[in-house]
Design a protein around this ligand. Sequence first.
Ligand code: TMP
Length: 212
Amino acid sequence: MTGLFITFEGGDGSGKTTQIARLAAALRAAGRDVVTLREPGGTVVGEGVREILLDPAHEELSPMAELLLFTASRAQLSLTVIKPALDAGKIVLCDRHADSSVAYQGYGRGLDLAMVRAINTWATGGLVPDRTIVLDVEPHAGIAAATPHTADRLEREAIAFHERIRAGYLEMAAAEPDRIVVVERDATDAVWSGVLAALAPVLARAGITLGA
Ligand code: TMP
């Protein structure tokens, strides 16, 4: 059995968690061993880094320090959890991975895209998802959906920041059409069928068929 690495990306409040839960349940019902993870986080070290990153009190965090913290969490997760799971033939579903840093710290904060990519390649040992789904949603709608009273440090950013991230994801998908698929997040059932359609080729290669 071949391991499969599938990531979900998108703006804040784009509904990744719901789709990942549904996909994990469908894959488990099809008899596959599934690991669901999130970034930043997914390890004890990573969850600690997540608290630092999302704490609204850390307003002064510089873009470069922010990038390195996200990447530190990712290095720990990629090398100690994701790679071993893939080597064991499991399906890994990850809520965000390196593409988030390209979108948020690269397009969003304005850090050099090539530098963001290079640091990530180094930190993940060159790990690249087999398929990435970008759930695309209008930034204001997405941010409103994410708990408005408890918004974290990144959710508090101006709408222009979230617009740049959205445009960044669309540009990334256009540049890597064989890996990154954009699914519009409007009606919930359409999202799920979009996710299934986007994954059909990689799932077929792994011998898996999922019904709608
Ligand atoms: P979440 O809300 O999807 O759990 O993600 C946490 C926040 O961190 C979200 O606003 C996106 C942001 N983020 C980055 O800015 N860069 C990254 O590399 C990752 C993984 C997340």
